[in-house]
Design a protein around this ligand. Structure first.
Ligand code: ZN
Ligand code: ZN
Length: 467
């Protein structure tokens, strides 16, 4: 048993002083201050001056993802350990059905990578690399038998993960029937491929051209098309992943104003980093920030609009899209050709901190911070109330967060398997102090007490947000 005493519990509705009793793997009770058990066989953790928040739920990670001839550099072991250090106690990773592969085989391969290797609990979405009769049937099986209730499709990456509009519509109709969520990578891939080819022909090979050949219009257009297609599929639940651009956000907001089952996430990189300052760094340096959708221009309103979208709930979730690649030998594959740079940024360790900075900066309330990093992703993807909340009966996934401490991010201190950090030198307010996963202390007093194999696969139900 653990008694977390003297802290300020923060839930989605805001902060209140309370003591939290953990028995076994679950939260047993929440007490008014000092009203809990006074003595007994339990460990007391002093949370004075700290926020006591539900462990983070990162609904978008890619451990060991094969991409562009290489693999994302974090394994489930290193990636979930880094997540734990950063206060994230559940990840939802993307299992992959490669084109031509049987869906269940792709899923089995992902279970094989993760099983016994995770430090925190994990669940899977399924990427459908090919929509056909067989994979449509598999969608039903995954929802009913495997606890996988969300499917990612790509309007980008022709020849790799791309689905055409007809395939997308069929998958959406299936999701409408079985209650699953369609997650969409909304960028117009065929049009982007034309711009990439033209840029390379002009000799424009530096990393910044990755961003310049993926203009906002092609994210907004694809977002709009996905929303219209979901409408044709009788308002199939649709979740736009890694939304980065103002005009894409406008499409989501308009659909939500109509009461549609349309949701979206953004990622920390789009809230803070820019096309000019990072992707446009001199020489090949910008490769560190090649991700899709790309970082947007600081001369436009994207970042301010995304923060506003988080407040207004047009953006419901902040995930990382954690897809780390080392600079050496991985990002370097694209020297002389930006289109060969593996796409991805590693942030699984930093999401809780980076969003707390939004609280310090007056952009989010404390309750909204917890909601966007933990409660809403849990509810969105059928993990609630097991995850995403501190409540009696919920898993004891708890983070003590110290608002008086500071975090300095960099390759010297992070735990991700990366030889650089997209956030090098960022010094921000607040610090993850203690991390508990299903009643087990993983991080305390700057030391790590977790182990691989502690993390368990979690079967998910349907989204809480659908009627
Ligand atoms: Zn994507
Ligand atoms: Zn992704």
């Amino acid at each position: 048993m653990i008694l977390i005493k003297g802290g300020t519990v923060v839930g989605p509705t805001g902060p209140y002083p309370a003591d939290v009793l953990v028995v076994g793997e679950q939260v047993a009770a929440i007490f008014a201050p000092d009203q809990g058990p006074q003595e007994g066989d339990f460990e007391t953790i002093d949370a004075t001056g700290k926020y006591v928040i539900p462990g983070g739920v990162d609904a978008h990670t890619h451990m060991e993802l094969p991409f562009g001839g290489t693999f994302a550099s974090d394994t489930f072991d290193t990636g979930t350990r880094a997540a734990a250090w950063g206060g994230t106690t559940t990840i939802i990773d993307f299992a992959v059905q490669r084109t031509g592969e049987v869906v269940q085989d792709g899923l089995a391969a992902w279970h094989g990578k993760a099983d016994g290797n995770c430090h925190v609990d994990y669940a899977f979405h399924m990427i459908l690399g090919g929509v056909d009769d067989e994979s449509l049937k598999a969608m039903d099986t995954l929802v009913t038998d495997e606890g996988i209730t969300s499917f990612k499709l790509f309007m980008a990456y022709p020849g790799v993960f791309y689905s055409d509009d007809g395939q997308i519509l069929r998958a959406m109709q299936k999701a409408r029937d079985n209650g699953a969520m369609i997650m969409m990578h909304a960028e117009n891939g065929p049009a982007i491929d034309v711009l990439v080819k033209q840029a390379l022909e002009r000799g424009e090979t530096d990393p910044i051209h990755h961003g310049l050949t993926r203009p906002e219009a092609l994210e907004a257009e694809a977002t709009s098309r996905a929303i219209w297609l979901a409408g044709v599929a009788a308002d199939c639940p649709l979740y736009i992943v890694h939304l980065s651009a103002s005009k894409a956000l406008e499409q989501v907001a308009a659909a939500r104003d109509l009461g549609r089952n349309v949701f979206a996430e953004t990622c920390p990189q789009y809230l803070y980093l820019t096309l000019e300052d990072q992707l446009g760094a001199p020489g090949f340096e910008g490769a560190k920030w090649v991700c899709s959708t790309p970082l947007r221009s600081k001369h436009e309103t994207h970042r301010a609009d995304l923060w506003k979208g988080l407040r207004s709930n047009d953006l419901s979730v902040v995930s990382t899209d954690h897809c780390p690649f080392c600079f050496k030998d991985q990002k370097e594959l694209g020297i002389g050709d930006f289109s060969k740079i593996p796409n991805g940024i590693g942030s699984v360790e930093h999401r809780v901190d980076l969003l707390y900075q939004g609280v310090v900066d007056g952009k989010l309330s404390l309750g909204r911070w917890v909601e966007t990093i933990a409660t809403t992703p849990a509810r969105m993807f059928g993990l609630y109330p097991k995850k995403g909340i501190i409540a009696p009966g919920s898993d004891a996934d708890i983070v003590l967060y110290d608002p008086a401490a500071r975090t300095r991010i960099g390759v010297e201190t992070h735990h991700m398997n990366m030889d650089h950090s997209a956030w090098e030198g960022y010094e921000i307010a607040g610090k993850v102090d203690t991390v508990i996963s299903r009643g087990r202390i993983l991080v305390k007093d700057g030391a790590y007490h977790g182990a691989k194999g502690h993390g368990q696969f979690v079967r998910r139900g349907l989204s809480d947000y659908l009627i």
